[in-house]
Design a protein around this ligand. Structure first.
Ligand SMILES: [Zn+2]
Ligand SMILES: [Zn+2]
Length: 405
């Protein structure tokens, strides 16, 4: 216990580990050092006394996520806050790390700002309440109900200064490049934290993050009023994009999807028309619904090399194609098609300042989050009822929320 109150925690930690070496096997020591290393005690304490350890789901390699006791974050450093987590959603990127990682998690060398390497507490779609506040934090107070953007950014590079925190030169995505929300507590910079009003539940608040991804993509497309929009893929991000496009006034939304369950969800959440590429040429089907021209705006929310091309091809001339999917393989495409049709191809990564809008729209009833939640589980069941459930029953699941408490 003493190590977390020490004026020289590193020295104390070393002594403790030396002591522990005699007591436990090396695996136990390795486990004990996952989590948070106490820095120094020079900040004024505001808030609860943090416990020494907590329960967390730690990524330690492909197909190797473990729920265990780890070091809890100490009192937050200046400018940071500690959050007691209520709910944290499992994201497609978490699933990627589980099945095919490391994708974003730093291995080989530590992240330049967070020092994270080889092991990371996953989870970036969380909600909770503020339990301690570091020095100099003005906008957030103890007890505030909050959610947080995952883009921990430096604030100093060209992209941060231009208002693109998601493109920061040393961006550290929470739950991938710094410890995340599949834990009792998470510590994050106060400048990524957003308060949620009383009428927004913690469950809904944990969906602000994926909805902000959809909102960012939709905003990239400009004014959607009166336009016909196509969305490729009705997974979580595709559905969030459909919801945001609907809320921002798209006239007609065509969802391109093959799974029966996902087609139904797309219709339920705001799509007007389903195009199933298994039931005939997708481009011809989209043209049939758009007076022969193609969609004015297309969102690629799948991330497959073939659907990248399809997204461009089913868009009308001078239309916009927003690429949102995470592509693993390159696509081959003759870009003369783009030259000759003046289509605009635009990338969209995470979000920038969409959190406030999304929170307000949920609060105002313009975005309904309940239909996105297909499971609520305890952190103890995160592998079997979370990750494995998403692998085995992909089509019937959208968002599974995990409670660490
Ligand atoms: Zn996510
Ligand atoms: Zn930056």
């Amino acid at each position: 216990m003493a190590i977390f109150d020490s004026a020289n925690p590193l020295l104390e930690t070393t002594i403790l580990f030396k002591k522990m070496k005699g007591m436990f096997n090396t695996q136990a020591i390795k486990h004990a050092i996952v989590g948070f290393q106490t820095k120094s005690k020079n900040n004024m304490k505001k808030g609860m006394d943090m416990p020494v350890t907590m329960k967390a789901a730690v990524w330690e390699g492909r197909l190797n996520i473990n729920v265990k006791e780890v070091a809890a974050p100490p009192s937050p450093q200046p400018g940071w806050v500690n959050i007691k987590v209520e709910w944290c959603g499992i994201c497609g990127s978490d699933l990627h790390e589980y099945l095919a990682g490391p994708v974003f998690i730093p291995t080989g060398e530590p992240h330049p700002r967070t020092g994270i390497q080889d092991q990371c507490i996953l989870g970036h779609e969380f909600s909770g309440s503020i339990v301690s506040v570091g020095e100099g934090v003005e906008n957030i107070s103890l007890g505030d109900r909050v959610t947080a953007s995952a883009c921990q950014h430096c604030g100093e590079c060209l992209y941060c200064k231009e208002g693109h925190p998601n493109l920061c030169e040393t961006v550290a995505f929470t739950g991938l490049m710094n410890h995340g929300g599949f834990a009792n507590f998470v510590t994050v910079p106060a400048n990524v934290v957003y308060k949620i009003p009383e009428n927004v539940s913690f469950e809904s608040a944990s969906l602000v993050e994926p909805l902000s991804v959809g909102m960012h993509a939709v905003k990239k497309a400009g004014d959607l009023k009166g336009k016909t929009v196509a969305v490729l893929g009705a997974g979580t991000i595709g559905l969030c994009t459909i919801m945001c496009a609907r809320a921002l006034g798209a006239e007609k939304i065509i969802a391109v999807e093959v799974s029966k369950e996902r087609k139904n969800k797309a219709l339920e959440l705001g799509a007007n028309i389903i195009v199933d590429p298994k039931e005939g040429d997708a481009i011809e089907q989209v043209k049939k619904h758009t007076g022969g021209y193609g969609a004015s705006v297309t969102f690629e929310c799948i991330g497959h090399k073939d659907t990248a091309k399809l997204a461009i091809d089913l868009t009308r001339k001078a239309g916009k194609v927003i690429m949102v999917g995470i592509f693993e393989e390159p696509s081959s495409y003759n870009f003369f098609e783009v030259v000759a049709t003046e289509k605009e191809i635009i990338g969209s990564l995470a979000y920038q300042n969409e959190f406030e809008d999304v929170i307000k729209m949920i609060s105002d009833g313009l975005l309904e989050t309940n239909s996105l939640v297909t499971g609520k589980i305890s952190i103890d069941d995160i592998i079997n009822m979370g990750f494995e459930e998403l692998v085995n029953n992909k089509d019937s699941n959208i968002k599974i929320l995990v409670s660490p408490n």
